[in-house]
Write a protein that binds this ligand. Structure first.
Ligand SMILES: *Cc1c(COP(=O)(O)O)cnc(C)c1O
Ligand SMILES: [Zn+2]
Length: 413
């Protein structure tokens, strides 16, 4: 038995039994995102520092007691989660910051944080006896679901914009999902996926619409806290598209506060791209969100003009006393190189947006020397080499002769 008590609508507050509503609140429609409420007294009794110390499971399933599923699906054998948290070696010092960590979620099986949510989708589908799943994606949610579905032996129908980076499309092809490349943007692919779900009755993994995806994503916060010996960081920087990862982080830290494993809530810092910043603008202005019809950025994973989880994300950023910041595409490309050359960590553009924000906030004085700051690296750079190749100009080509090497070195190469 899980420790889930109820599902509560974000908008109208109506509570449902977990078996009663599979997706959003029936009264509020797609804005009625459901939040999963737990019996923390029950969790506290059998999930402690001591049980964790004795747990040999180093993956997201380590936190099963805090998850909305009965068990790890036996068919899903890929290792998801327990990604490294690296103390910064040169980026922090270069910015005058003493305590910076990078949580490298590009180390997940399909190379993005999305695997944490897809794993829950696979587990939920198995519990419900569903064998066909679907998702709309900018690239990572889909390649993640496709990979995990292939591992677990279930089917997946994926809707991705045809403009998605080649690396992500390659993953989708390799993992053998039914792939629809939609001649349109992510927001349109999302709406189409919703219509198709209704028509064909597939199990839907769509972010926000499926209330359990945030629960998977929250495991990144659980890991960060445990990797820091339950001294919660002061600040966590999160790239934001639909707003599910940031709400997942908030939920993870809230869970740990509720069961007494940490003693303060980190401030959540949301990063968006200048060409697609509806959530950041809502946080900064205090006004309701304005959707974007034609969002653009090189950071494809955070290009969501209609952020599906905006209500929860804005609420969570505010409640954490956090803030929002926007970064330009040039700053993002630059940050890919800055992180790569100083730490040996390769981030895709959306993930490097976190690093661009770190830099910006260090310069503006919003981050202090003593702040304990975790930067989420949400996806690996090999997913999008086209943008990575813009870093550091063009590579040198030489004839296969030693004098060419000598000359280059003499010229200060
Ligand atoms: C999905 C994704 C994000 C944004 O997550 P949201 O839940 O949409 O806010 C950020 N970075 C990467 C690499 C992603 O795949
Ligand atoms: Zn409702």
């Amino acid at each position: 038995m899980t420790s889930v008590l109820r599902l509560k609508c974000m908008k109208c507050g109506t509570e449902y039994d977990p078996g009663e509503s599979r997706y959003v609140c029936p009264k509020c429609g797609n804005d009625g995102i459901l939040e999963v409420l737990y019996d923390y007294d029950r969790i506290r009794r059998n999930f402690t520092r001591r049980t964790l110390q004795n747990d040999p499971e180093f993956s997201m399933w380590r936190y099963l007691a805090l998850l909305p599923v009965e068990r790890r699906p036996t068919s899903l054998t890929l290792q998801i989660g327990w990604t490294p948290l690296y103390a910064s070696q040169r980026v922090g010092p270069a910015l005058g910051l003493d305590h910076v960590w990078f949580k490298d979620d590009g180390r997940n099986p399909t190379a993005s944080l999305k695997d944490r949510a897809s794993a829950i989708a696979i587990a939920k589908a198995a519990e419900l006896g569903e064998h066909v799943l679907t998702a709309a994606t900018t690239g990572n949610a889909g390649s993640s679901l496709a990979g995990l579905a292939a591992n677990a032996g279930v089917e997946a129908y994926i809707f991705a914009p045809a403009s998605a980076p080649a690396g992500k499309i390659a993953q989708l092809r390799v993992f053998g999902s039914h792939l629809f490349l939609v001649d349109g943007n992510y927001d349109q692919a999302f709406d189409l996926c919703m219509e198709a779900t209704e028509q064909f009755g597939w199990y839907n993994r769509n972010t926000a619409f499926n209330p359990y995806m945030v629960e998977g994503k929250k495991t990144v916060a659980l890991e960060i806290a445990e990797q820091l010996a339950f001294e919660a960081p002061d600040k966590v920087i999160v790239p934001v598209g639909d707003g599910c990862i940031i709400s997942g982080a908030a939920k993870g830290f809230r869970d740990l506060l509720a069961i007494g494993l940490i003693d303060h809530m980190p401030e959540l810092i949301a990063v968006q791209a200048e060409g697609c910043a509806p959530i950041a603008e809502a946080v900064i202005s205090g006004k309701p969100i304005t959707y974007l019809e034609d969002p653009t950025s090189c950071a494809d994973s955070i290009v969501a003009g209609i952020p599906r989880n905006h209500l929860m994300a804005v609420r969570d950023i505010r409640a954490s006393a956090g803030l929002a910041v926007t970064v330009s595409d040039d700053e993002i490309i630059d940050a890919i190189g800055f992180l790569g050359r100083n730490e040996g960590i390769f981030a895709e553009p959306a993930a490097a947006a976190s690093v661009a924000a770190l830099r910006k906030l260090a310069d503006s004085g919003d981050l202090h020397k003593d702040d304990r700051t975790v930067v989420l690296i949400t996806g690996n750079g090999l997913k999008d080499v086209q943008n990575a190749l813009k870093v550091n100009g063009t590579a040198m080509t030489i004839p296969p002769r030693i004098d060419a090497v000598e000359r280059a070195i003499a010229e200060g190469f």
